[in-house]
Write a new protein. Structure first.
Length: 350
């Protein structure tokens, strides 16, 4: 009894020493809510089932200046899947409401010229928010850019020839053009989109299906690497982006290491540290990609018991923002931030 207590105590200490210190910005004790045109419209949406507040679950995130963007899971009773709020506007006591972005009218399932179901997002070096849209029964998947530094000018930049299972994307800005590498969950391939030319193609990645994706920072020494997490295993793979940019049709991912669990989200900062969150795990681990694969505890939240607990993104100044979802306890949602002293690589165009 005493020995096991000591062991736990020391384990606890060592994880405290390596874990990052986050500051809480907001908490939503009972969960998040939209900003409604009127209380009556909210009541009506609740009554007719168009709005089910308990189904609000954040899946992807992007940050630009003082604006946070969230992509909400495709559940029943979620009238808008792309939402925003300001980190500066509300007080701790009244956490911000979610505003459909760029507007309520620009969103709607079944409308091929609207944002139907938001998936992964990323902000490029000129302040455009890239939004992956899953499509619907009626419309193929598509890709939008919303110019955050220019009145949120919204542009449909590509329609794919398929729909559904879109998951996450990363952006690769090169002198030869801007590429988006896109994953559909469980697929044995990567979709490459090139902005100039408005073209997309599929690169086969033999092996088991992919799920999470992250891109290494720009470096003078070596080409950027695309890291791939698997749908059905803990294995981490990488491929060089050189081949992807050249319209190759097949790329063989190289095994890099094995996480302790299956990641659903991976992200790399400007210094090459990778962060990974895992299904049903109450922690985030990191790995310095300049070194052989080795996991370190980056953040841990005792007692958290949620399927998809964390959602995180860097802003342009190297602050890591994170939402924490607690399915069983209050507060249900929290927004935290920490400066990891790492400028997001997107801040510096080549
Ligand atoms: C977090 O804060 C604790 C206590 O102030 C400190 O000992 C630790 O070094 C900090 N960790 C980091 C990564 O800054
Ligand atoms: C980054 O820092 C600069 C200067 O401190 C500030 O003006 C800017 O608003 C910050 N940007 C973000 C995205 O926080
Ligand atoms: C790009 O191509 C798609 C068809 O795949 C088209 O719908 C879209 O309008 C094009 N976008 C631009 C900016 O040309
Ligand atoms: C740009 O494209 C040209 C022609 O395809 C190629 O020779 C060159 O290596 C590319 N440059 C980069 C940085 O990818
Ligand atoms: C990652 O590893 C490299 C090479 O050992 C080292 O130079 C760098 O400082 C490490 N980065 C961090 C954030 O510890």
């Amino acid at each position: 009894m005493i020995t096991s207590f000591c062991a736990l105590f020391f384990l606890g200490l060592s994880s405290l020493a390596t874990a990052a210190n986050f500051t809480q910005v907001f908490e939503w004790p009972n969960g998040m809510d939209y900003e409604w045109p009127s209380e009556a419209s909210r009541t009506q949406a609740l009554n007719d089932g168009a709005f089910k507040p308990e189904n609000i679950q954040a899946r992807f995130m992007a940050v630009y200046g003082t604006r946070i963007f969230l992509s909400l899971e495709n559940y029943d009773g979620i009238p808008a899947s792309l939402v925003t709020f300001m980190t500066s506007s509300a007080s701790f006591a009244s956490p911000p409401k979610l505003n459909p972005f760029p507007s309520r009218g620009m969103q709607g399932k079944g409308f091929c010229n609207k944002i139907e179901q938001t998936k992964g997002m990323d902000v490029d070096s000129v302040g455009r928010l890239w939004v992956l849209d899953d499509g619907s029964e009626n419309c193929n998947a598509k890709l939008w850019t919303i110019d955050l530094s220019n009145n949120d000018h919204t542009k449909l930049i590509h329609r794919f020839s398929f729909r559904f299972y879109m998951h996450d994307l990363v952006l690769d800005e090169t002198p030869n053009g801007t590429f988006a590498y896109i994953l559909r969950w469980g697929e044995r391939n990567i979709i490459v989109f090139r902005l100039e030319g408005n073209e997309s193609w599929i690169v086969q990645t033999p092996g088991s299906g992919v799920y999470s994706i992250a891109l290494s920072p720009k470096s003078k020494e070596e080409p950027r690497k695309l890291y791939l997490g698997k749908w059905d295993s803990d294995e981490l793979y990488s491929i060089s982006v050189t081949a992807l940019r050249k319209e190759t049709r097949i790329a063989n991912p190289k095994l890099i290491g094995k996480w302790n669990a299956r990641p659903y989200k991976m992200l790399i900062d400007n210094h090459g540290t990778m962060y990974a969150a895992f299904w049903e795990k109450n922690y985030i681990n990191s790995w310095n990609t300049s070194q052989p694969f080795e996991e370190q505890r980056f953040y841990e939240d005792a007692g958290l018991n949620t399927y998809w607990p964390f959602n995180f993104a860097f802003d342009q100044n190297g602050t890591l923002w994170m939402t924490v979802f607690d399915k069983t306890r209050k507060p249900k949602y929290r927004l935290l931030k920490t400066a990891v002293d790492a400028r997001s690589f997107k801040a510096s165009p080549e």
